[in-house]
Write a protein that binds this ligand. Sequence first.
Ligand SMILES: Nc1ncnc2c1ncn2[C@@H]1O[C@H](COP(=O)(O)OP(=O)(O)O)[C@@H](O)[C@H]1O
Ligand SMILES: [Mg+2]
Length: 248
Amino acid sequence: MDKEIIIETRDLVKDYYDGGNVIHALKAASITIYKGEMVAIMGPSGSGKSTLLYVLGLLHPPTEGQYIFKGNDILKYSREKQAVFRNRELGFVFQSCDLLANSTVFENLELPLIYAESDRHTRRKKILDALNLVGLSHRVDHWANRLSGGERQRAAIARALVNNPSLILGDEPTGQLDQKNTDVVVQQLRTLVGQGYTVVLVTHEDEIGAACDRIIRIRDGAVVSDGWEEAAQRGRDSYVSRDATASP
Ligand SMILES: Nc1ncnc2c1ncn2[C@@H]1O[C@H](COP(=O)(O)OP(=O)(O)O)[C@@H](O)[C@H]1O
Ligand SMILES: [Mg+2]
């Protein structure tokens, strides 16, 4: 099966300087993500999961290494060009719901579009399309703080989708949800992947990992498994055949 690489990182290093100490949060992390995959990044607390996700999201510059996104060497971009790229290509969903509470769902979803300079009519259509994808179009004019926890996180997913990004990045996106809402949100993300979106999620919940196509495991800043073998053992055959054609 033909597969398209969306992300390729080579030997990403991230050092944080904390007072006099250097913290080696990422040590030569190399990963590949294919279009249409739902990938979990898992590992113990403090292993560098969030750091890796933030580097992938161009929110933290790495100390060293290479990051190729759809063939573009994006770490070489200027900060301005990276910001445009981030807004156009990436959607973020964080653990704590960061919707503006005293605004409507519509207003929350409109923000990224205003930056993208869409006209008013196009904005409304994009917002309704994104809300439709998460089953929330009936909530478009509700106040964000009146939504249930699960609805709020789905609205956050819709906001991540509204610019039609190539990649959705989530850092423990269900971390503050109960089991029922976690299931709904994971199901929602799977549906999006079924429609061609690519999702990379940081999680420490095994059940969420199991709902993903592949689990990249990191420990102490290093990738210890890219998840292909594990996915094969779980019987995800399509991923085995993909692996057979993976670049070295
Ligand atoms: N801004 C920061 N400044 C200093 N150290 C940091 C910072 N962010 C993370 N760290 C450290 O980097 C390591 C990896 O953190 P993180 O990526 O948040 O791990 P995880 O998400 O797996 O829990 C930890 O030791 C953490 O304390
Ligand atoms: Mg984290």
